[in-house]
Design a protein around this ligand. Sequence first.
Ligand code: NDP
Length: 286
Amino acid sequence: MSAELMKGSPVSKRIRSQVKERILELEGQYGRVPGLAIVRAGEDPASVWYANSLKKAASKVGIQTRIVALPEEVTQDEFEGVLQDLNRAEDVHGIILQEPYPSHIDADRIVSLLDPDKDVDGVHPLNAGYHFLGAPRFIPATPLGGLMLLEEYGVPIKGAEAVVVGRSNIVGKPMAMLLLSRHATVTICHSRTRDLGEVTRRADILCVAVGKPGLITGEMIKPGAVVVDFGTNPVGDELKGDVEFESAVQVAGMITPVPGGTGPVTTAVLLRNVLQAFERKLGVGA
Ligand code: NDP
């Protein structure tokens, strides 16, 4: 048996073209386009690469993007000052704060100072709270993209047994909340979970966001299960998921490949979130 691949690019392309079309329409009506600021500090290579690729993707759909690159030695006060300026800037509708932060920076405080209306990656406590309460405004792009992939491929979620491995605020927890909102029965696993395989084998839908290449092997997957792998781990010249693809593909019913699964959808959803922030600012959005 070989699982069906849940590829991200068809979903990603469709979202991007919808976003681009709507931005053109709004530009025609209002003479303005959405603005995005990506803030990063230090020279972490993955963070530099991601900021550049996001800027490119945003420009292609008509979002005006600036990267605010702060030095590793930026002080807390300076960082907060930059953020307050972006919060006030009329031409910035979305702000993305990229991890990792320099170790001396109080990241929780930075996140709490972000204008919730510009928090397009849904990291501010207010937006996390709205999501938790079932009235979401901005949902983190990676898990929302994961849900869109499940929906795109017609995976039944209502009543399904779903297991999420990983409990970060940016992927694991919001993914669990999204599945719960679609009426799955959800279990969340983490580094202290006893007998991980025993729990993951119960899953009809298994979502993995851990950051450990190949942690989940085929024998930890129920035959026919749907596997969403959020892991993006550079191993040598390759990008590997948190799921050991070679063994998992023999057991699962459907699986997202890495690369080419959840990654492309994340970027597209982020762009869509920026458009939503812009629409709200114009008073035309939901
Ligand atoms: P974090 O490091 O913030 O969280 C990792 C989670 O995995 C923690 O909850 C941790 O548990 C859990 N964990 C660690 N080891 C184990 C283990 N042996 N068994 C079970 N659980 C374990 O990572 P992120 O959520 O930020 O990212 C996870 C992965 O997703 C990474 O590969 C990252 O690159 C990728 N990612 C992908 C994106 C995409 O677009 N596809 C976007 C964002 C991230 P505990 O809480 O107990 O420490």
